[in-house]
Design a binder for this molecule. Structure first.
Ligand code: XMP
Ligand code: MG
Length: 190
C-alpha cells in the first residue's frame, strides 16, 4: 500500500490492489473484445460517479482488443433510504444519444442488491439497444440472489462497505487507486 498519502491512514484493509485491478481489467477487456469481435462498435455506458475510474481504464484496455468504442454516461439516483437501494430509480443525467440498434455494455463500479442495475437494463432495452450486457468491477454476495445477469465481473468481494477506485464515502476516497475498507473510526467522525 502507498505510504504517506493522506488516505493511507484511513484504510483498514486493501480488498483489491492496484496490480490486481490492472490485471483484471486487461483480462475482462480481452474477453469482451473476443465476444464483440464481429460487432461494428460497442457503446460503453458508464454509471456516474462511481464507475468513472473503471470506465476510463476499461475503455483503454478494450481499445487494445475490441472493436471501436464509444462512451456515454448516465447518472441515476435510487429513492432508497440511507445505504440500501429501493429499486425505484430517478434519472439525473440521461443518455446524450440514441442507442437504438447499438451494442451496449453498462459499466458499473459495484453490484450490491442489483436493483439499480436491473432497472437500468430494462431502461436501456426499452430504448431499443441491439444488446445490453454489464461489466462490473466488483460484486457483493447479495447480488447473486437477484436475477440480474452480470455477464462480466471483476471481483467477488465480502459484504463490507468499500471505497476507492471511484467508490466514495461521503464523496471522498474516489481517488484512492485501490479498493479498501475504511477504518471504523472514520465513520464515527462523520
Ligand atoms: P444496488 O442497486 O446494486 O446498488 O444495491 C449499487 C450501488 O450502490 C452503491 N454501493 C456502494 N458504494 N461502497 C460504495 O462506495 C460500497 O461498498 C457500495 N455498495 C454499493 C454504488 O453506488 C453502486 O452503484
Ligand atoms: Mg456512492
Amino acid at each position: 500500500m502507498a505510504e504517506g498519502n493522506w488516505h493511507a491512514a484511513d484504510i483498514d484493509r486493501v480488498i483489491v490492489s492496484e496490480d490486481q485491478i490492472r490485471e483484471k481489467i486487461d483480462e475482462l477487456a480481452k474477453q469482451v473484445g473476443t465476444d464483440y469481435g464481429t460487432a461494428e462498435s460497442v457503446l460503453l455506458v458508464g454509471v456516474l460517479k462511481g464507475a468513472v475510474m473503471f470506465m476510463a481504464d476499461f475503455a483503454r484496455a478494450l481499445g487494445r482488443y475490441g472493436p471501436p468504442v464509444e462512451m456515454e454516461f448516465m447518472a441515476v439516483s435510487s429513492y432508497g433510504q440511507g445505504t440500501t437501494s429501493s429499486g425505484v430509480v430517478r434519472i439525473l443525467k440521461d443518455l446524450d444519444s440514441d442507442i437504438a440498434g447499438r451494442h451496449v455494455i453498462v459499466v458499473e463500479d459495484i453490484v450490491d442488491s442489483g436493483l439499480t442495475l436491473s432497472w437500468l437494463m430494462k431502461y436501456l432495452q426499452s430504448r431499443r439497444a441491439a444488446s445490453v450486457e454489464v461489466v462490473a468491477l466488483l460484486r457483493k454476495p447479495d447480488a447473486v440472489k437477484v436475477n440480474v445477469p452480470v455477464k462480466y465481473v471483476g471481483f467477488d468481494i465480502p459484504n463490507e462497505f468499500v471505497v476507492g477506485y471511484g467508490l466514495d464515502y461521503s464523496e471522498r476516497y474516489r481517488e484512492v487507486p485501490y479498493v479498501g475498507v475504511l477504518r471504523k473510526g472514520v465513520y464515527a467522525q462523520g
